[in-house]
Design a protein. Structure first.
Length: 441
């Protein structure tokens, strides 16, 4: 069975089973949540033990077939820098690195929190996967630095008493300092003030109401787009262009999504159309090898990016590729000539891929705050943006830029990255993001 990380389901699950009752409710008692988490853990543990037993002999056969000494393989594995990789069982340099499957850790507070978030979205015990638990753990861990300062001060402001207009005024400064933007901050506080005029809210109710408002802001552009999850469509060429300034993690993000696509059972191809930055093509080729994805490139100095895209579209059509990922040159929104080059690439795509599903995704570094919002507004004019990927949420960022992008640029957030590992990027889920950002434990 293949776990589709775009949809977060296994191939054996029917569409009917995947229509969860997503009420986003966290109203279970602590005892109920703990019992539910224990049952989920026991089922996952039993399933993993069974799979490990079945795969043990198969792995041994592959090692013997590859002609690699077992002790030598262990020594090499110890030297691997990335915890998400194992050593390839092939001596072929072009062989993709083998991604370790997500493994079930200890039954701890992190697992309980992750299980609680899944249960709140209508997941049944039988439907929970190790991959989902693993991702939520990564997301929560990645937002730790953001959460420590913001949530601590937020809870101090809320206190244990009913909310007052003075407390709401204090929340305004906290949201602005978190880079949520003026529009999103005004929307949240206006809704909160209206609610206070109708009834008295204690701190926990106020926090829950604020979380709901934040989710509504993040979900509005997604709902307006008519696409809940950005997933490659079968039977048609999907072309995703990645744009953004240098340093935001654009090429790394493209590489991670190419790996995600392969792990999820989609064929993929990469177009190395960033021909201006030194070593950009080589960087993409490294990611191509790691993911097992072919890279279409032109290593000639000052090669035409549009020509690379032209060749890549032809190759993708000839090979019936599901997903073509295009890496474009990093550029500042103020560089007119580079923006024109981006428009040229888009014209090539529109001309050659009339029946394709085209997405133009802006990659933003969360730590850039309001500057990221300005980038989104500028790129949307030249690139015809259809979505945003927010990276580096595990750094010193305050995370609120996601709200600013959704409310002021009106762009749906499609993916988020919360770590350096190849598996630290996943499709965006507003409920999980807000809960991880404002988790009070």
């Amino acid at each position: 069975m293949v776990y589709d990380e775009f949809r977060r389901t296994t191939s054996s699950q029917s569409d009917e089973n995947n229509q969860n009752n997503n009420d986003n409710s966290l109203d279970k008692t602590k005892e109920e949540s703990l019992d539910w988490a224990k049952e989920a853990y026991a089922r996952l543990k039993s399933k993993q033990d069974k799979e490990n037993s079945e795969n043990k002999n198969r792995d041994q056969e592959e090692i013997v077939k590859a002609g690699i000494d077992k002790d030598d393989l262990i020594d090499k594995s110890k030297d691997a820098e990335d915890e998400n990789f194992t050593i390839s069982l092939s001596n072929n340099e072009d062989q993709k690195e083998i991604i370790k499957p997500s493994s079930l850790g200890e039954f701890d507070e992190s697992f309980t929190w992750s299980a609680e978030i899944l249960a709140a979205q209508g997941k049944k015990v039988d439907d929970i996967s190790v991959e989902e638990i693993d991702w939520l753990t990564r997301l929560r861990r990645g937002l730790e630095k953001t959460r420590k300062g913001f949530v601590t001060e937020l809870l101090d402001k809320l206190g244990d008493d009913p909310l007052t207009p003075e407390v709401v005024d204090d929340l305004e400064m906290l949201l602005l300092r978190a880079d949520a933007g003026v529009l999103a901050t005004d929307q949240v506080l206006e809704a909160l003030r209206r609610r206070l005029n109708e009834e008295v809210l204690d701190a926990s109710e106020g926090l829950r109401f604020m979380k709901d408002q934040l989710c509504k802001i993040l979900d509005a552009p997604i709902e307006a787009s008519g696409i809940d999850l950005l997933v490659p469509k079968r039977g048609v060429l999907n072309i995703w262009l990645f744009v953004g300034v240098n340093g935001v993690g654009k090429t790394t993000t493209l590489g991670k999504i190419s790996s995600l696509a392969i792990r999820s059972g989609y064929s993929s191809l990469i177009a190395a159309a960033d021909t201006f930055r030194a070593a950009a093509v080589e960087q993409v080729q490294v990611w191509g090898k790691r993911s097992g994805v072919q890279v279409i490139s032109n290593t000639t100095a000052n090669a035409d990016p549009a020509a690379v895209v032209y060749d890549a579209i032809g190759a993708a059509k000839a090979k019936n590729i599901d997903l073509l990922l295009v890496d474009t040159a990093g550029r500042l929104q103020t560089k007119h000539n580079l923006m024109e080059e981006l428009e040229k690439i888009r014209r090539i795509v529109d001309k050659l891929a009339v029946n394709s599903c085209v997405e133009s995704l802006l990659v933003l570094d969360a730590s850039q705050g309001q500057n990221g919002l300005r980038q989104a507004l500028a790129f949307s004019k030249s690139a015809g943006l259809t979505g945003v990927v927010i990276t580096k949420l595990d750094g010193s960022s305050r995370g609120g830029v996601a709200l600013a992008v959704a409310s002021e640029a009106n762009l749906p957030i499609r993916f988020i990255g919360a770590g350096e590992g190849i598996k630290d990027l996943r499709p965006f889920n507003s409920f999980e993001f807000v809960e991880a950002l404002l988790a009070n434990r």
